[in-house]
Design a protein around this ligand. Sequence first.
Ligand SMILES: Nc1ncnc2c1ncn2[C@@H]1O[C@H](COP(=O)(O)OP(=O)(O)OP(=O)(O)O)[C@@H](O)[C@H]1O
Length: 295
Amino acid sequence: MTQPLLEITDVRKQYKSLCAVDGVSLSIDPGTCFGLLGPNGAGKTTLIEIVEDIIRPTSGTVRYKGHPRGSNFRQEVGIMFQQTALFSYMTVFETLKTFARLYDHCDDIDRLIRLCYLNEVGQQLNDRISGGQKQRLLLALALLNRPDLIFLDEPSTGLDPQARRNMWDIITTIKAQGRTIVLTTHYMEEAEKLCDDVAIMDKGQIIARGEPQALIKTHCPQATVTVPTSEFPEGGDGIEGFIRQHGERIVIRTQNVNGVVGQLLARGVDMRVVDVKTPNLEDVFLKLTGRSLRE
Ligand SMILES: Nc1ncnc2c1ncn2[C@@H]1O[C@H](COP(=O)(O)OP(=O)(O)OP(=O)(O)O)[C@@H](O)[C@H]1O
C-alpha cells in the first residue's frame, strides 16, 4: 500500500464561536491532484493554511510522509497564495531571481518562465503585467524550489476564460510530471477537469469525497434529455428513461444518456433541437445540501 503523502486527522479550527474547520480527516496520496471544493466561507482556505503550516489548528494533527511536519516541509513544498505582494519596480525575471535566493536548490528560471507562459513578459515590470500573467508568475514562484507537493489556493479565481485555460494547461503539465497538487476552488469545471480526487467541504466539514465522476454517478446518476413535444417520436416506445411532458417539451430523465440519444437519432430526431444536461459536481453539492454553490 502507498504511504499517504499527507494525513490530516480530526483537524479543528475555532474562531471564537465560529468553527471554521470542524473535525476534518483526510489522506492524500502522492501523485494525485486533490481538489478541495466548496462555497465561499466553507473553510477551504483555513484548512489548506493549516496543512501548509501557516496557521495552527485548535486541535488535530497533520503528518507529511508519515511524520509530523519538520523544517524539511517548507523546503520541499510550493505554495501559491491567493494574494502575494510583488515589488512594482522589479521585472518578472528579477522577481523570480530574487525569490530563488531563498532556496538551497532551485529550478532553472528560464525553464519556469517557459512553463508558465511568461516568455513575453520576462522583462516587464510586475505592475505592467495582466491578471493572468500575475497569477502565472505566482505559480512560477511556487515552483521555484522544484516542489513535489504544490498548494494552489483558488488558482484561477478572477481570470478570464482564456487565462483560466492557460492556467489549467500549466497545472496539467505539472500533474503529468507526477507531482502532487492540492488545490482549492469553487469552480466545479476546474475540479472536474484537473482533479483525480476531490473533497466537497461545507460549513467546516467534508460532506463527500471521491473521484469526480464517481461522486456524480453515486449522487446524481441521472441526466436530463429534453425534446420539443412536436419532434418526439409517437409513444416514445423503447426510450430508456422516465418520460414526462412539460407543455411544449418532453423531458426524459435517464441513467443511460448515450442510449437515449442513440434511440432518438435512430427515430430521426434532429439533434439540434435536443437539449442534453449531464449532472456535474455542482449538482452533487445541491443534492447533498439543498443549496447551490453560488448562493
Ligand atoms: N482569522 C479569522 N478570524 C475569524 N474568522 C475567520 C478567520 N479566517 C476565516 N474566518 C472565518 O472562517 C470561515 C471559513 O473561512 P475560509 O476563508 O476558510 O473559507 P473558504 O472556504 O476559503 O472561503 P472562500 O472561498 O471565500 O475563500 C468564514 O466564516 C470566515 O469568515
